[in-house]
Design a protein around this ligand. Sequence first.
Ligand code: T68
Length: 830
Amino acid sequence: AASGRTQIADHPLALAPVSAPASSVDGFVREFLKNLNFTQGVPLSASSPNDRYLALAHTVRDYLMARWLEDQRGQREAQSKGVAYLSAEYLLGRQLDNNLLASRLTDVATEALAKCGIDIDDLRQQEVEPGLGNGGLGRLAACFIDSLATMSVPSIGYGIRYEYGIFRQTFVDGQQVEQPDAWLSLGSPWEFPHPEAAQTISFAGHTETYDDDGVERSRWIPAWNVQAVPYNYMVPGYHNGRVNTLRLWRSVATNAFDLRIFNSGDYEEAVRAQIFAENISKVLYPEDSTPQGKELRLQQQYFFVAASIRDFLTNVLAEDFDLEKLPERIIFQLNDTHPVIAVPEFMRVLVDEKKMDWDAAWAITQQCFAYTCHTLLPEALEVWSVDLLGRLLPRHLEIIYRINDEFLLAVRERFGDDEMRIRNMSIVSDFPERSVRMAYLATVAGAKVNGVAELHSQLLRDKVLPDFNEFYPGKFTNVTNGVTPRRFIRLANPQLADLITEALGAGWTVDLERLRGLESFAEDPEFRARFAEVKAANKRTLNTVLLARDGLSVPDGHMLDVMVKRLHEYKRQMLKVLHIVTSYEGIISGRVDVKDVTPRTFIFGAKAAPGYVMAKRIIHLINAVGSVVNADPRVEGRLNVVFPPNYNVTLAERVIPAADLSEQISLAGKEASGTGNMKFALNGALTIGTDDGANVEIRELVGDDNFFLFGMTEPEVEALWAEGYRPSEFYQKDEDLRRAIDLIASGAFSGGDRTTFEPVVSNLLYDDRFMVLADYASYIAEQGKVDAAYGDQDAWTRSAILNVARSGYFSSDRSMRDYIQRIWHTPPAY
Ligand code: T68
């Protein structure tokens, strides 16, 4: 087979370039009809909308193909240093529009389809977004690969092709019910499976030592294995002709005969083995920020990193590559701790398989990995029990022990026998059970460790890992997150994009700092009027979308006050609820004249982890408050709560451009960065926010006058904890707060039943880990300033424009430049 391949590679036709079809309307019509006929097997007359969508997607692919093949060849041949982004999640969003935009085909395709009697918008609606992520972390990975392609950085994304992505959320009587996300069921035109290139990935079994020509070596004798099949996705750069690759792995059974432990020679067992193997990439875990330590999750993690490392070593490097030079060719960026098992796997390959000496292998490993931390919540830091690791990956556990032994030896050498410090720094902890702290392993192995916003990186250094910072000076760094302006401005807000281009010329989409040029336009009344008209148009569009999607509406003339993000107590959706209930209580008690209330629509979007009971109660409460407030005639329609189910990237693209007010109200010190906050600012919403995560940097850039700051700072939070936080005292002291909580407790939102929301209320009064009550007064006061500011529409619009003008820093292109400079040291392009 190998010699057959060589012969073909030498054949004169083998290098003939594939050429893209002609970019004319008629050319596009031809390609589209060809795909409809030959790929879908239907004539236009008998085609379904799904046929047409798939044919369109295939046509766009065809246009991108030549560059993709070219770039894969170029990257192989250049042999320059590249980045492998390892992430268990990629929250991509819909592909069609992005790929049309990147390849400059939007207008041609629109016209071509019109010629066939098809409205391209109808086909856009057909696409089910690949929801292969939970939230910010997964969306960040998607923004990063977009930027890497747009900046022509040699890179590849590796991850898992989940058959079911993040669950589809529905509400039944206001309560969340999860449905499986069968995103592949109508076909998946954007992927290229390569079953012939599958890798075998092993698990479990035992280890043994053996004599290798006088050298004692270890080897792993696994008990079972699965196949990892690569599925390639195109990642087109914006208007640069570049197409990078995202490679997601799917697990399938090896030949059933290889599954030794299951193979008892009977057919039923063989089928069971098949199902067992396919389970590994079956479903995305919907737990964000609270990993559950499940065996299947560790299987997923090892499965995809082992396949990715092998893929790089065997398919990217030349066969005779000198492994000592690995750091000159690759940096594996670990997106949180989920891929950290790659570290012992890399060591195992170098030491056991390539027979490299341990010290040499470790020196290489420490240059080939870097680690990004995305949290400060202690419960979100992944640990794996030694018991589980030993069963599933026995050789890796041995390797982790040796890494830890040598690390602790070095710590002793530096700091002496400070047993407390040794225990605190050990990768293997003994309490509450013997387990491996994956963040510590990543920190010890990584060339660099970064947080995702200035404040977060500082707290990581000084509060979470101070001993490591002392031991490894210079290892810790910051790269503030960013978002792609292609998807989140150009695609999501085309009218704003056109207005910006008209003002500044083209070019800002790939050089977002140019938005600064809008500052002077903020002073131009005519520009302000046009900017305001874009916002109003986006609200109308959102209204149309929500009406069709969920039967919900956003009344004309309302301020759009938006809180969209995962439901988590630290993000404090409860604070938003208390604000709404306070406004409502003021009206129905008669203390506030309804005519004085600024009309507001509160939009929520939030999924709760299925096992997170308190989060689900809060969702129920938001829906319950909405039903009561929206239906109460005394409110005269001035308060309106809208909670469309199943918030996802597609809905974000509609909601964010329509927003006036962006709610970023986490307890200071808890939100690592946030990225929604950046998307809102870039789309001209003003932020009400705490001094947390990237809010700090947003406020510094847009200016205090264009940002509504409230709440305690992180040091104030620390001080209050130290002093002893008693939430009930805030309840006693603050009349408005008491009225709001009492109204919820009274059953006003639960048909008179006082038990329904009792757990939410007592949680606030007697626990309140995230200090909602402590920040309540400050929040309500600041919301008063928001109302006042909104009263002067022209001044508000000016502030909104300044938010856009001053947020160019938050492009993920800038994040990528920071990673390149501070961590990767890769050439800008091959
Ligand atoms: C988020 N983390 C941070 N985690 O909360 C957010 N966790 O502040 C930050 O902006 C974003 O990362 C990007 O840096 C997450 O989204 C998860 O989704 C997650 C998933 C599985 C397990 C743990």
